[in-house]
Write a new protein. Structure first.
Length: 130
């Protein structure tokens, strides 16, 4: 088992692909048709279990738990304890860091969009003056 410093480093590294996959599936345009289908099913299905299953693909926080579980199964990564408790601690740690990454990424994208819109408005104002 790795020392605690190595384990913490691995949590921050494993959270990167978890955040990337969760964000891409739930937020990006490439999966919009699938996401729209899942949103419809999560709202309109008569069965609770079906609604909850499809909701999973519409929430990056929820989806990151399942991506993390897959990573933990693939890597057999455990923090602090060598048994199931290590899986539990590492799982919630990776999910938390991944969601911090996604929150920061969302803020960066919002800032870029705001700056882009401000530039377009300024260009339009300058072109009107000419």
């Amino acid at each position: 088992m790795e020392n605690l410093g190595t384990q913490l480093l691995l949590v921050f590294i494993f959270a990167i692909p978890v955040a990337c996959i969760a964000w891409t599936v739930v937020r990006e345009e490439v999966f919009s048709e699938v996401r729209d289908y899942c949103v419809t099913k999560s709202k309109d299905s008569k069965l609770l279990i079906v609604r909850k299953f499809f909701y999973l693909f519409t929430c990056e926080y929820c989806f990151s738990h399942y991506i993390t579980a897959a990573f933990l199964i693939l890597t057999d990564f455990r923090m602090i304890f060598p048994d199931w408790r290590g899986f539990l601690i590492s799982g919630f740690s990776i999910v938390w860091i991944a969601n911090v990454y996604m929150g920061l990424y969302n803020l960066i994208r919002l800032d870029i969009k705001t700056t882009t819109l401000e530039c377009k408005v300024e260009e339009e104002n300058l072109s009107k003056k000419d």
